[in-house]
Every structure is written in C-alpha cells, then in structure tokens.
Design a protein around this ligand. Sequence first.
Ligand SMILES: C[C@H](N)C(=O)N[C@@H](Cc1c[nH]cn1)C(=O)O
Ligand SMILES: [Zn+2]
Ligand SMILES: [Zn+2]
Length: 479
Amino acid sequence: MPAPTEFLTYIDAKADIFIKRLADAVAIPSISGDAKHRNDVFAMADWLNAQLRQLGVDTQLVDLGRHKMDGEDLPLPPAILGRIGSDSSKKTVLIYGHFDVQPANKSDGWDTDPFTLVVDEKTGRLIGRGSSDDKGPILGWLNVLQYHHESKLPLPVNLVFCFEGMEESGSEGLDDLVRRESKKGGCFEGVDCVCISDNYWLNTRTPALTYGLRGLSYYKVTISGPARDLHSGVFGRTVHEPMTDLISLLSTLVSPQGDILIKGVDDMVPRADEEEKAIYAGLDYSIADVEESAGASIALSADKVSVLMGRMREPSLSIHGIEGAFSGAGAKTVIPAKVSGKFSIRLVPPQTPEAIDPLVIDHLEKAFAKLGSKNKLSVENLHGGKPWVADHRHWNFEAAKKATKAVYKQDPDLTREGGSIPVTLTFAESLGVNVLLLPMGRGDDGAHSTNEKLDRSNFIEGSKLLGTYLYELADIAKN
Ligand SMILES: C[C@H](N)C(=O)N[C@@H](Cc1c[nH]cn1)C(=O)O
Ligand SMILES: [Zn+2]
Ligand SMILES: [Zn+2]
C-alpha cells in the first residue's frame, strides 16, 4: 500500500508549522557534553515527551542514573520510551534518535546564534545546532505522527520509540536499558526491525541508505607537573613543560597523511579486495563533494575510492583539542601546569574499544618514557562504541529503497557512515533484528561544525520519506 497522497500533501501544507516546531526544538541548548547545560537536556526530554504524548504516543521517561563528567557527579538525562499501536497483524518498528546536541558558541565562527533557527529564504537552509543532528530527523517522525493523529488514521505499522539525551557523550546508560527492554515482557518485545535517522547523505544530490557505522574510542591524555601555572621568563628552559611533552606525544599518534602510528591499529583491519573496491567506485561521489563539504581543497587523495575507503572502512585518528592550554586573545607568556590532549579513534570491524585500549595505552606510556620527562602522564578512555555493519539485502532496506524511489524518484546510494552511533550494535544484537540507517540530511550539513543546517527540502521530503517507508514496510509484511 503506497503512502496516501493526502499524507504527502499534508506534509507540504504544514511545512511552515513544522519549521516553527524545529525552531522550538533548536532553541533548547541540550548540550550533553557540557555540565552547565544538563538542565537543558532534561528540558529537551520534557519538551519531546510532551510532543509525543500530544500526538497519541504512550510514553515513559526512564531514569538512567548518574555519571561522572569532568570530575562532576551528574544526573543522566532520561531516555524516552514510547509506543503507538499494538496490532499483532502489523509489523512493529523501533525508531531511535537523540535529542542532545554538540556544543556550539557564536564565537566558534557561527554567522548567527546557534540556538536560534534561521530560515534562509534564499538558499532554503534551516540553520541552527541540531537542525540536522538529530532534532530535524526526530521531528520528521513527529510530522508523520501528526498527520495520522489529525486525520484519525491508524499508522500502517506499530511504532516503538527510544530517544536518548546522551548520544553525543557516549550514550551512557543506554546499552543496559536496551538489553533490559529487549527481554521478554520488555518494551521492545516483538520489534521486527529498527530504523535510525541520524546520519547524512554522501553528497548533496543522492539520498542514501546506510548499512555500516564506525565505532569509537575517545581518549584524554593528561600531563601534569608544576604545582601551578608558571612564568615562561622565569621557568622557561628550567623545568619540564607539560605542554611540550603533550605536543611531542600527540605528534606520535598519526601522520599528516592519516596513517595511524600506534602499532597494531591499522594492521587489525583486513585489506579491501577488488569486489569491495568496486562498491566504492560505484557510489555517486567525487573529490569535489568532499572538498565542497569541507569548505577547502584538502582531500588526502585525488582518488575517490581511497577517500571513500578512508571514511567508510578504515580506522581514523583525530586530535580534537587541548584542555588547560592558553587559548585566549593576546600573548600570555604562561607555562600551563596541567594540560589534557583529547583524541579519538574511529573503529571498523573487527576493531573494538577493548582491543584498541591496551595498544593506545602502551604506545603513550612508551612514547612518554622516551621523552625522559619528570612530569606525570595519565590516560583515560572517556567513552567508546563498537562498529556495526548490517545486511542491506534485508526487507527493511528494500522498504526504504522503495520509499526513496517513490519520494525522490531516485535510487539511493548504499553507504557506510564514518561517524558512530554507539547503541546501533546493541539494538542489532539484543533484538536480533535488522537495523537500517535512513538519513535525512545532506553531506554538507555541517553536523558538529559551525553553521549546521538542514535544507528545507530535506526536512520536508525527508518527513515524507519516513512516512512512506512505514507504508512500504506494511506492504512487504502483507506479501
Ligand atoms: C552519526 C551521529 N549523528 C553522530 O554524530 N555521532 C557522534 C557520536 C559521538 C560519540 N562521541 C561523541 N559523539 C559521532 O560520530 O561523533
Ligand atoms: Zn552528532
Ligand atoms: Zn547524531
């Protein structure tokens, strides 16, 4: 059964109201990685919970306990579990999304306030933190619900929702909840498949279905020594400087060409054969696409296949920042007493955080010993998640392919995502069902970056896509 034409026209007709709702969601700065914003993540959970309830979803807020972040003991934001429909003749689809966002400050280089959604009428861009990652896609599901609620039409499938507020900070507490609720009698019992809309097309033209994610291992390496910050004129060339040690250590991790220099990490991954390379060669992607979304001509290679493999099927190591370093305006002549370098490794099968941790720690300890410094080293793993790859020949993907064809009049690219959604593998393993990633946004949305946006057409056509996918699933269930 195709999606009713009325559904498609309804989504078009209500576009401005849906954009207003996205503006309300973006206005809540639900930054999970910043203790100062923890109340906002709670406020965002309440906002979303109220929206779901208004649209007929039976929900509960689940307390996930507490955790330590940057030495502070904090309450974890609740997960929202919901259900609408319990018709045993219909398929049951679990929808996951996250309502937390990455940090954003105007001073990072945003052109506008990150938490005020700007509708750029000229370009059709909806600009604001979380517009693409992941508030826009979550609101896409609300748009689908709203049509059915207002038209008093039953959904073509039963829906179970699992929304969390800690995805950008390691999904703390969620794995246990998913495992618990997947058991007999749990909220997820009877789920036939999972759909996650939380990644991006490869480019700006071709819709995508995604069957793989990289995992993640995030590290904080701290060097401390002096009892306090020191004057470089008084102590320079007199003491071991933590920042000098840290920069030396960080420079041993990865080459400027992206090769990971920690022994054993790159070697863990089997090489791609010609058949696999042909998959990457067939994707609608070019070096111009990567350079356009990066905003500069800085691709590591001129070869499309090697660039795509670097993003989709190889591990990568990125250095993110240095806590405790002087970063203000002016020229302060300080020797910082304690500095922490933050870096992460994106993992691919068969790598896991457990297998990578000892290699990283051993590497850092040996490299630090070589410096002959009297400072102190400590290494922490802040969070991690395993990589995931799914069977894209499954009926869950077939339904999404048909829906894409119906809405976008195009076949989707089949992609593996370079980013991570830690809970994906937990869903796949605990429920034993297929998981599909159905992205709403484009490759140039700038998720995690400045001026994050979602194109109006992706929000509106993407909402149609999510609804149409549910109808295609119901159709497959009947045949
Ligand atoms: C792909 C997804 N939208 C996303 O952005 N995931 C994050 C997850 C994460 C882990 N630590 C911090 N964030 C990502 O891939 O970075
Ligand atoms: Zn993200
Ligand atoms: Zn996300």
